[in-house]
Design a binder for this molecule. Structure first.
Ligand code: NAP
Ligand code: MG
Length: 392
C-alpha cells in the first residue's frame, strides 16, 4: 500500500468480526496503511459525535474508506448505553459529507440460486440517498381545512398551490429534493456504470409525478446527453429510462448484470427485495460513491445485535462475515487501482475468490445453509474465517 485508507470501526457483532477479519485475513498479507476512526457508540458519545464528522472528512480527503456497521441510536439505545443524546445515524453524516449515492450489489455463489431463476448475474441497486420522504414534514390534522403548498422565493415572491380541501381529519406531507443533489446522483450513477462496465437503468413514477419525478428524469437525460453518451457508446453500454412499474417487470424477467438507479424510497425498498431474492442480507455489499469519485465501502447489514447478545453470554455464533470481507476487498482494490499498486488489487481478488470457493465447497454460516443446494455444513464464524484463510 502507498496511500492509507480510512478505517472506520463500529459496534457489536460486526466489531468483533472486524477485528477477526483483520487479524486472520488482512494483516498477515497486507502491509496495511490506515487512518483509524472508532465510531463505536461509546466513542461517538464521548466525543459528542465529532469522531463521525472527522471520519467523514478523512474519507473525503483520502478518497477510500472501509466502514464497519454501527448502531443508529434510538430511545432504547440511549438507555442501554446511557447516551447524552440520540446521535444521528453515522451513515447519514458520512453520506451528507460525501454527497454520495449508495450502490448495493449481492455476492453470488453457484450453490445458492436466486429466487428469480432467470437471474444469471448480480443486480446493483443505486439508491439516491438524499431527501424525499426521509426529509419530509408531516402533519396529521385534527379536523377539516384547506391544505396549501407555499414557496417563498429568496426575492420574497410567493407561489402557492392548493393541495386539497379536507372536509374532515387527514394527513399531509411536504417533501423536497435539491437539483444539486439530483445532479450528483446522476453523475455518480453514470460514472459507476462506466467503471463497472454495466448498463444503467433509471426509473421513477414520472407519469403521475409530473413535476417532481419528471425533474429527476430530465436531469438524468440532460447529464447523459451532455457528459456521458460518447463514453457509454465507446464502452458499448446503454442508459435506459423507464417507468418504475415497467422496470419492476423487466428486472424480474432480466438476466441481471446491470445497475438500477432509484429514488430514495424506491431504492430503500427495492434493495431489500433484490438482496432477499439473491439470498441473504449478509451477502449484500454496499459502496457510497461521491460525484467526484470518493468511495466508502461497507456491508449492507447492521451490527447483528441478536448474535452479539448470544456472544456476550459465551455462545459461539454463526455470523456471516462475507459482506464485511467484501467491504475490505472493495476498499483495498480501489486503493490499489488509484495508486497503481496491482499486487493489492490481486490480493483483493484472491480474498474474494477464497470466500466464494469456501461457500461453494459446502462450508458456510447458518444464514446460508437453508438456501444452499448440495452439501452445506454450518460452521461458526471463526471456523468459517479459518476455512477462508486456508483457501487463501
Ligand atoms: P441487522 O444487524 O442487519 O440484523 C438483522 C438480522 O439479519 C439478524 O438478526 C440476523 O438474523 C440477520 N443477519 C444480518 N446480518 C447477518 C450476518 N452477517 N450473518 C448472519 N445473519 C445476519 O439489523 P438489525 O438487527 O435491525 O439492526 C441492528 C443494529 O444495526 C441497529 O442498532 C441498527 O441501527 C444498526 N444498523 C446499522 C447499519 C449500518 O451501519 N450500515 C445498517 C442497518 C442497521 P437472525 O437473527 O435470524 O440470525
Ligand atoms: Mg431499508
Amino acid at each position: 500500500m502507498s496511500t492509507p485508507l480510512v478505517e472506520i470501526d463500529g459496534d457489536e457483532m460486526t466489531r468483533i468480526i472486524w477485528k477477526e477479519i483483520k487479524d486472520i485475513l488482512i494483516l498477515p498479507y497486507v502491509d496495511l496503511k490506515s487512518e483509524y476512526y472508532d465510531l463505536s457508540l461509546p466513542e461517538r458519545d464521548r466525543t459528542s459525535d465529532a469522531v463521525t464528522v472527522e471520519a467523514a472528512r478523512a474519507a473525503k480527503r483520502l478518497g477510500v474508506a472501509v466502514k464497519c456497521a454501527t448502531i443508529t441510536p434510538n430511545r432504547q439505545r440511549v438507555e442501554e448505553y446511557g447516551l447524552h443524546e440520540m446521535w444521528k445515524s453515522p451513515n447519514a453524516t458520512i453520506r451528507a459529507e460525501l454527497d454520495g449515492t449508495v450502490f448495493r450489489t449481492p455476492v453470488t455463489v453457484k450453490n445458492i440460486k436466486p429466487a428469480v431463476s432467470g437471474w444469471k448475474k448480480p443486480i446493483t441497486v443505486a439508491r439516491h440517498a438524499f431527501g424525499d420522504i426521509y426529509k419530509a414534514s408531516e402533519l396529521r390534522t385534527a379536523g377539516g381545512g384547506r391544505a396549501e403548498l407555499v414557496f417563498t422565493a429568496d426575492s420574497g415572491e410567493k407561489t402557492s398551490l392548493e393541495i386539497a380541501k379536507l372536509e374532515g381529519p387527514g394527513v399531509l406531507q411536504g417533501q423536497f429534493n435539491k437539483e444539486s443533489s439530483i445532479r450528483s446522483f446522476a453523475h455518480s450513477c453514470f460514472r459507476y456504470a462506466l467503471s463497472a462496465g454495466e448498463d444503467l437503468w433509471f426509473s421513477t413514477k414520472d407519469t403521475i409525478s409530473k413535476q417532481y419525478d419528471q425533474t429527476f428524469k430530465l436531469i438524468f437525460e440532460e447529464i447523459f446527453e451532455n457528459c456521458y453518451r460518447a463514453d457509454f457508446e465507446k464502452a458499448g453500454l446503454k442508459y435506459f429510462y423507464t417507468l418504475i412499474d415497467d422496470a419492476v417487470a423487466r428486472v424480474i424477467r432480466s438476466e441481471g448484470g446491470f445497475i438500477w438507479a432509484l429514488k430514495n424510497y424506491d431504492g430503500d425498498v427495492m434493495s431489500d427485495m433484490i438482496s432477499t431474492a439473491f439470498g441473504s442480507l449478509a451477502m449484500m455489499t454496499s459502496v457510497l460513491v461521491s460525484p467526484d469519485g470518493k468511495f466508502e465501502y461497507e456491508a449492507a447489514h447492521g451490527t447483528v445485535t441478536k448474535h452479539y447478545y448470544r456472544r456476550l453470554k459465551g455462545e459461539k455464533t454463526s455470523t456471516n462475515p462475507i459482506a464485511t470481507v467484501f467491504a475490505w476487498t472493495g476498499a483495498l482494490r480501489k486503493r490499489g487501482e488509484l495508486d497503481g499498486t496491482c499486487e493489492l488489487c490481486a490480493f483483493a481478488d484472491r480474498l474474494e475468490k477464497a470466500c466464494i470457493d469456501t461457500v461453494e465447497s459446502g462450508v458456510m454460516t447458518g444464514d446460508l445453509t437453508p438456501l444452499a443446494e448440495g452439501p452445506a455444513e454450518k460452521v461458526d464464524t471463526e471456523t468459517f474465517l479459518a476455512a477462508v484463510a486456508s483457501k487463501l
